[in-house]
Design a protein around this ligand. Structure first.
Ligand code: DGL
Length: 269
């Protein structure tokens, strides 16, 4: 089973892109709806919550976990990989995040000036900047937090003029950087893709971490047959949340269409 973990419902945008390209696999989605949002929390707390989620997912038989949440990928991914895979020499499980595949795409496009928008936690961690550096890129990277977008999108207010006004205000400093690309470094932002495109103009390439993660996962599975062969292909979709939150179903149906039952996951107990 492929596990997709997010702080809440936003990771469904990542799941949508992954399932579009890889429909044959079994998926388990876990949203930590009891403790969302992660974006304003400390790195330590995000690490602790993500660790509890990852442990629970492995216990459910998940072999490959995608940390769909940018905030958790920024603060917890390396820690979790080291603790659960590298240090123990584990070969039959993997944990992947959304930042590396997104940065790889910006580098592939040859971008030298890149802006990133995300939560305060993602920006504070400087995770995108670090990844560009790690991959040997000399690109200038500027990150901006847009904290009001997540609640607006979850309230389904993102098509209202008020939301567009807020986005326009957030994008003012981004535009003055004159970037070649803008990375949407948050699970929710692809739902405002049209507005990002319109406000940034045709010359700026908008890179969605959800789409890039899905594309790179296709490649990854081709290159890693040792993991691929452990994944079941019965097209099962399981949805779990840590709280019986009423918004999950309606958000999910807006993003990926009808979903079955949402199960309660008891994690961190
Ligand atoms: N999933 C988070 C992210 O992509 C956004 C929501 C939150 O703050 O938890 O960073």
């Amino acid at each position: 089973m492929i596990g997709i973990f997010d702080s809440g419902v936003g990771g469904l945008t990542v799941m949508k892109e992954i399932v579009k390209l890889l429909p044959e696999y079994d998926y388990l989605y876990l949203g930590d709806t009891a403790r969302v949002p992660y974006g304003n929390r400390s790195a330590e707390t995000v690490r602790q919550f993500s660790e509890e989620a990852v442990r629970w997912m492995f216990d459910q038989g998940v072999k490959l976990i995608i940390i769909a949440c940018n905030t958790a990928s920024s603060s917890a991914l390396r820690y979790l990989q080291d603790k659960y895979l590298v240090d123990r020499g584990v070969m039959d499980r993997k944990i992947l995040g959304v930042i590396r595949p997104t940065v790889e795409e910006a580098i592939r496009l040859g971008c030298q000036r890149v802006c990133v928008v995300g939560t305060a936690g993602t920006v504070r961690a400087g995770a995108y900047e670090k990844e560009f550096e790690k991959l040997g890129s000399k690109a200038k990277v500027y990150s901006y937090a847009c904290p009001l977008l997540v609640p607006l999108i979850e309230e389904n207010w993102h098509n209202k003029p008020e939301a567009r006004m807020i986005l326009k205000k957030y994008l003012r400093p981004v535009k003055s950087c004159n970037p070649e690309a803008l990375i949407l470094g948050c699970t929710h932002y692809p739902l405002m893709m049209r507005d990002f495109k319109r406000l940034m103009g045709k010359r700026v390439k908008i890179i969605s971490s959800a789409e890039e993660t899905a594309k790179k996962l296709v490649d990854y599975l081709k290159r890693h047959s040792e993991i691929e062969k452990l994944l079941r292909k019965e097209r099962r979709r399981l949805f779990y949340a840590t709280d019986d939150s009423p918004g999950f179903k309606s958000f999910a149906e807006r993003v990926i269409g009808k979903i079955g039952k949402i199960n309660l996951a008891e994690i961190g107990k």
